[in-house]
Design a protein around this ligand. Structure first.
Ligand code: ADP
Ligand code: MG
Length: 616
């Protein structure tokens, strides 16, 4: 294979954020580990002496370099990772500046040994203070080993400036953790002064976290996962009760690169609001996968800062995903007080006649009667529960009803509307057999074969149409809150909400300003759980902050989109049979069942013929 490293032309080099790469031994560690990862190594060893002051060595089993590449790799702006300025917007590698090896070689004694698989022998190059010393042919395994000795040996002032070994080693370990957490599939070893500090086998993220932070961590982790058009979020947050006084275990990775971002950090702490003891900090290990074109990593030489095109959406997504996980794993306390379940209006009353009262009062209501613990907790998901007649969990949502048959008059939507999509009412409402696959898809049969429905997307479509309809027909059902919710908002946020007031009231919200920075919410839509109300409004604010659509229609549309996005059942959530069937029936009762409001497909079908073909 040909040589691959080139010198970047000046006009490209000039676009790269200038600045010092090497501040301390840990900076060398970071750059060398990143080079090993970019070289596709699956085993990386880090060897340290005297907290890196005497030696930092990284040995990898990656691609290695040709002799010419090894020589040129120490030149400034020498890189194999980008060619033209445009490449800066599609980065898939850790490095791209072509400056690390040059900077390191300028202030240390460096020895690099490298061999590619196709070469029989390895190249060894020695450089001191940017001066080429020596080049040899040696025997060595495939991969690269870089030794960096006596950092700042030629700049005594800088060397004296280094902190104690303890402090410098701490920095090194921090960098090692960041890189190792971002790449759990890669094996990593760390040796310091001859003893092994870490031996990390190839594993999944959870095991990697546990291997680094200790066995007890496992029980503290709550998984987070959210897939949206802008970002895929996965990872873990620590349970609130384990939050620590120090801000140690907080990690954001964007496209497998550790980054610091105070705005996103704020989104995480906002999700924990009310759950943490004073002055404690939540742990988090969050991995964001995002289109490289929508981020800029070229804003700081150490590449730990990142600029996002759409920070506001990320904020909202991250916060709601974490809130959701905390709630789902029963970590968040149920914020709802135990209320009269009769005040919970089943959402899907829309198929009822107009004379159905929004709020029923149960004359037999006895506040001392025990209610199911479930009654108040997760009120926000009625829209796929509402039409089922026999589900245990559905009934328990309305335990206050004297008789479950009270709801028997609710018609199944698909009885009225289906047939538009599938011939001859392919999905029959009563006897639909459904199956939840991977807590993500609902599989069901249709006459011609089978249908696979994405539960999150389907629910978005259902909720979207419900909200839109309520807003345009001005008949959203409101549940009155016994204890109004108080939200602290800025005056801009308050005036924004005022502009949306009419549409919001039509969905079922009722609120008024109380003072210059407080909002009092007295009513919420029937299909929003009380504990979700604050989050929904905040999400709304952040979605609308940048642009308020002018036309009434697009305002309603945007509002419905925000609401459905926030409230739709997530993938990962289990759904019982009745919920699944409701979801299927309600989906096919919508006007446009096949796509989400964001134009993504909600389901796919497979005909028997197609299945037959697969067996040929
Ligand atoms: P950058 O990583 O920004 O490209 P560096 O100065 O870190 O710049 O490295 C220069 C070039 O040297 C890289 O682009 C890569 O081609 C090569 N290189 C550096 N380290 C390794 C390694 N461990 N294995 C293989 N190639 C390497
Ligand atoms: Mg590099």
């Amino acid at each position: 294979m040909a040589d691959i490293i080139q010198l970047l032309p000046d006009h490209v080099a000039n676009q790269i954020a200038a600045g010092e790469v090497v501040q301390r031994p840990a900076s060398v560690v970071k750059e060398l580990l990143e080079n090993a990862i970019d070289a596709a190594a699956d085993h990386i060893q880090l060897i340290i002496k005297d907290a890196g002051k005497t030696l930092v060595q990284v040995v990898d089993n990656g691609t290695g370099m040709s002799t010419t590449d090894a020589r040129i790799s120490f030149e400034r702006h020498a890189t194999s990772k980008i060619r033209v300025a445009e490449d800066l917007f599609h980065l898939h590698t850790k490095g791209f500046r072509g400056e690390a090896l040059a900077s390191i070689a300028a202030i240390a004694q460096v020895e690099m040994t490298t061999r590619r698989e196709e070469d029989e022998v390895a190249t060894r190059i020695k450089i001191e203070g940017s001066d080429f010393i020596d080049q040899d042919v040696v025997a060595a395994p495939v991969g690269t080993s870089v030794l960096v000795k006596n950092l700042f040996y030629n700049i005594p002032a800088r060397r004296n400036f280094l902190k104690s070994d303890n402090v410098e080693l701490r920095h090194i370990i921090d960098e090692f953790h960041r890189v190792a957490l971002a790449h759990p599939a890669i094996r990593f070893d760390l040796f310091s002064n001859g003893s092994e500090l870490f031996k990390l086998p190839s594993s999944n993220i959870r095991q990697r976290i546990v291997n680094i932070l200790g066995g007890k961590t496992n029980e503290k982790l709550v998984p987070v996962e959210e897939e949206t058009e802008v970002v895929h979020v996965k990872g873990f947050v620590g349970k609130p009760e384990f939050a620590r006084k120090t801000r140690g275990e907080q990690f954001f990775f964007v496209n497998d690169r550790f980054v610091k971002n105070s705005y996103l950090h704020h989104a995480v702490t906002a999700a924990f609001e009310g759950l943490l003891k004073d002055k404690t900090h939540p742990s988090y290990f969050l991995f964001l996968e995002i289109d490289p074109e929508s981020i800029d990593i070229n804003i700081h030489p150490t590449k730990t800062e990142v600029k996002f095109d759409d920070e506001h959406s990320l904020y909202a997504i991250l916060r709601s995903a974490i809130k959701h996980s905390l709630g789902q794993f029963n970590v968040a306390p149920v914020l709802d007080f135990d209320r009269d379940a009769n005040l919970d209006t089943p959402y899907d009353y829309r198929s009822q006649q107009a004379n159905m009262p929004a709020i029923e009062v149960d004359a037999d209501f006895n506040p001392f009667r025990e209610e199911s613990a479930q009654s108040g907790s997760r009120a926000g998901r009625e829209s796929y529960r509402s039409t089922s007649k026999s589900s245990g969990s559905w009934e328990s949502l309305y335990v206050g009803a004297k008789n479950p048959d009270d709801f028997a008059t609710i018609e199944l939507e698909s009885e009225e509307v289906s047939g538009q999509l599938f011939d001859e009412k392919e999905i029959s409402s009563q006897n639909t057999v459904t199956y939840q696959l991977n807590r993500k898809y609902i599989v069901s049969t249709i006459k011609s074969g089978m249908v696979i429905i994405d539960q999150h997307r389907a629910h978005q479509r259902i909720l979207y149409e419900e909200f839109l309809k309520n807003m345009t027909l001005k008949k959203g059902i409101s549940q009155q809150l016994l204890f109004p919710l108080e939200l602290n908002l800025s005056s801009t946020e308050l005036s924004l909400l005022n502009e949306l007031k009419e549409s919001l009231e039509n969905t079922g919200f009722a609120f008024s300003a109380s003072g210059s920075d407080r909002l009092q919410v007295t009513g919420i839509p029937a299909n929003v759980g009380e504990s979700e109300a604050g989050m929904v409004l905040e999400q709304l604010l952040s979605d609308f902050q940048n642009e308020i659509p002018d036309a009434a229609y697009s305002q309603a549309d945007k509002l419905a989109k925000t609401l459905c996005k926030t409230l739709a059942v997530r993938s990962g959530e289990p759904m019982n049979d009745a919920e699944q069937q409701s979801l299927v029936n309600n989906l096919f009762a919508t006007k446009e069942p096949s796509v989400t409001p964001f134009n993504r497909p909600t389901f796919i079908t497979m005909t028997v013929e197609e299945i037959d073909k697969k067996f040929i």
